[in-house]
Each structure stands twice: as C-alpha cells, then as structure tokens.
Design a protein around this ligand. Structure first.
Ligand code: SF4
Length: 415
C-alpha cells in the first residue's frame, strides 16, 4: 500500500477558530508552534533577542512570564517590537493579567489551579473581552485545584477536563469565550487521555504539550510521543515542547515535528521581517514582499531578515544569515548581525538579492571578510542620528508603563 506524505494526517478534528494577534489557531488554520522565553521579561532587550531567535527557529507564538510589575513593563516595551504575537503567562496574580493586557499582549494564559478567585477571573476575562484578547485555560496536572484533586481522587483526565470546564463557565458569566485550552501533564499516557477527552468535550482549539518533559533527549521523546500521537489522531491546533534546554530547541523541535507529519511545509528560503513599529524607516511590508518575490524565485536555503530600522534591526535579527535594516534613506546590509555594506534605500532589495547569492556561493566567513571597511562606522552614525531624532520612546511604551504603574499603585507617575 502506498502511503502519501500528507494524506490522513491533514484531517483535523474540527474546532472553532481564535486569533492570537495575526496568528489563527484552530478552525483549519495551520498547526502553530509555541515556545516560552527563559529571560527575565523585565529585561526587554534580552527577551526580544530570544524571541527573535525563537521566531527564526520556527515559533509562531511566544509566551513570556508576567510575574511582577517589572515584567509587565517589559512587555510594554517588547510587544511593539516582537516579530510574533506575545502571550503573557499568568500564575496567582490577576493584577499581572490586567497589567499584561495594558502592556498590549496578544494573548493570556491563566492557570485555573492557582488563580482561583471567581471575581478576579471574571475581571480578567471581562477586560480581555473588551480588548479582543484570547485566553488559554492552561490546566496542569501538577497544579490542579486541590478540590478537584480530592473530588476525582487525583489528577485524572476527567479532573483536568473538569477544571477547564469550570473556568469556561466563569468566563461565560461575562460573555467571554475567546479561548483555547490545554490539559497538560508530565505523564504521557495521562496527557494523551486528557486531551482525547478534552477533544470530545470542547470545540475550542487545543494547545498540546507534555509539561516538565525534562532535558533532551528524553524530554524530546516524551514531547514527541504525546504531541505526535494526538496530532496523528487529528487532535491539536497549537503545540509546545517543554524542554529543560535552550528554548530555541523547543521551537525547532515543534517545527520539525509538524513538518515530518506533513502538517507544515518544509522551509527553503526563510524570510523573516520585523512587525514594524514607531521606529520604522521604511514600509516594511512592501520591502519584505519585494524581497520575498525576488528571493523566493531563487529559493536560496538561508534565512533573510527585513528590518524596519537600523536602531534595533541588526541586533534583533542577529541570528539571521543575512538581513537588511533601514535608516536615513539607506539600507544597512548585515550578515549574522554584522554590518557589511550600506546602500541607497531604493537599491535595498537588489543589494539583498546580490548578497544572498554570494553568501550561498561563498559562505559566511568569506562574505564577512569582503565587508566594506567603513560600513560599521557609517551604520553607527545613522543609528545614533535616528535614535536622537525619534528619542528613546518611539513606540510610546513608556506611556503604557505609566498606565501599568498607575493601575498598580493608584497614583499618577511623577511628571
Ligand atoms: S522598526 Fe526597528 S525597533 Fe521597530 S520592530 Fe522593526 S527593527 Fe524593531
């Protein structure tokens, strides 16, 4: 019997669709890959750098912890510059969920096992509803509500699904249903049974994961056994490997699993682009589209970044093989984050294509060695001039930070 590569696996169990920022989840959308940052969210630059690395490795969505006010303030600075939608991970403190919404996150994850007060949950759901932000009900066998643990005699599949059902009922009190659900466990058989039951019980999109799977290779095997089994049954709309490792490995594994199952296309050329923000010096969408068209025809096996500004672009996309960032009517070509050439703005795409072909033919070392000697200095001058022109708060992140502080302390920030 001949088995085709995408045949039966492309048949998914129907779920409703939600949107996390610009990423559709469920309802026939491609299964998406998630990962989670390990940096302090308060450190916006380090977190953004990790987010870019995760996006480059295949993450469609990235979750960051929001465990303190400084983390929420970090999110206000991260969200406008992130290449992928950001989900805030909330435990215990509903105020952190409200602050993360103020920061502009595109999704929330609540743990019903440790955020238990009904009026607080309603408050968060109401605010999420007003802002059009979806919430993941993230049930976890290890932190199941003690009452449920007692009622079901342990963290059984039924107990995990009941926890999600109860949270949905609280959300329904305020008319909120923009939800995806996870019922994770570190035991693979338990997790598989819980998701099978969840899939029969809810039509909401399901986020799959084996929690606390541990370091590779055993963590990878556990994740693949649990997530892969469910995906093969048509269950699951978004996935995350939970590894005790660099999260880039999680994103890479997630992407690879979907590719080998025929649920996502294999990548040749991988073009990434920043979302554009208050610092952008070009129409990022138009330049990215032109670059995609020109490079796509050649399908070179490299990752290329199109970045809206030279202030942050080369640093944010330092993992890309090649990139271009805009500044003062010029394009700054960079290889692995190092500026190699400065070209006029209207020659950006042409220069990018020419450099991409040389890079594939000659390799990174040779092309770094062929860099224009004055390029770094020219780029630095443009970077400083732009930074001065737009100031340190081009994205009005500080205004959001002031709102977060006001919500937290009730006081107006000092002028
Ligand atoms: S315009 Fe600059 S700061 Fe804004 S997202 Fe793009 S590269 Fe980052």
């Amino acid at each position: 019997m001949q088995v085709t590569s995408t045949g039966s696996l492309s048949k998914r169990r129907p779920t409703r669709q939600i949107r996390v920022g610009d990423v559709a989840v469920g309802g026939g959308a491609p299964v998406s890959v998630q990962s989670m940052t390990t940096t302090k969210t308060a450190d916006a630059e380090a977190t953004l750098s990790q987010i870019y690395a995760l996006a480059a490795a295949g993450a469609d969505l990235v979750r960051c912890t929001c465990n303190e006010e400084a983390a929420a303030e970090g999110l206000a600075r991260i969200v406008p510059r992130s290449p992928v939608p950001i989900i805030a991970d909330i435990h215990f403190h509903y105020e952190m969920a409200l602050a993360a919404l103020e920061a502009g996150v595109q999704g929330l994850r609540l743990n019903p096992g440790n955020l238990r007060k009904v009026h607080e949950i309603r408050l968060v759901a109401g605010e999420a509803k007003d802002r059009g932000v979806p919430i993941r009900i993230g049930v976890n066998a290890g932190s199941l509500h003690p009452d449920l643990y007692k009622r079901f005699g342990g963290a059984t599949p039924e107990a995990l699904v009941e926890s999600a059902r109860m949270e949905l009922a609280i959300f329904a009190d305020v008319g909120f249903d923009d939800v995806k659900i996870s019922v994770k466990a570190s035991s693979v058989p338990l997790m598989i049974d819980a998701y099978r039951l969840a899939s029969e019980t809810f039509d909401h999109p399901l986020h799959l994961g084996v929690t606390e799977a541990g370091p590779p290779p055993s963590g990878l095997l556990k994740g693949t056994a649990g997530i892969g089994t469910l995906l093969a049954e048509g269950i699951g709309d978004t996935i995350r490997y939970s590894l005790t490792a660099d999260p880039v490995e999680e994103a890479r594994a997630g992407r690879q699993l979907l590719e080998v199952l025929g649920l996502r296309e294999r990548k040749g050329l991988d073009l990434i682009a920043c979302p554009s923000c208050g610092r952008a010096e070009i129409d990022v969408i138009a330049v990215a589209r032109a670059a995609q068209e020109a490079l796509g025809e050649r399908n070179l096996p490299i990752q290329v970044a199109v970045m809206g500004c030279v202030v942050n672009g080369p640093g944010e996309a330092r993992e890309a093989d090649l990139g271009i960032a805009a500044g003062r009517k010029r394009g700054h070509l960079f290889i692995k984050g190092k500026i190699v050439r400065v070209v006029p703005e209207d020659e950006m795409v042409e220069a990018l294509v020419a450099e991409a072909e040389k890079l594939v033919a000659e390799g990174v070392e040779a092309r770094l060695a062929a860099a224009d000697s004055g390029a770094e200095a020219e780029a630095e001058a443009d970077r400083l001039a732009l930074f001065e022109a737009k100031g340190p708060d081009a994205n009005a992140s500080e205004a959001r930070v002031a709102l977060i502080r006001k919500r937290h302390t009730g006081e107006d920030p000092p002028a």
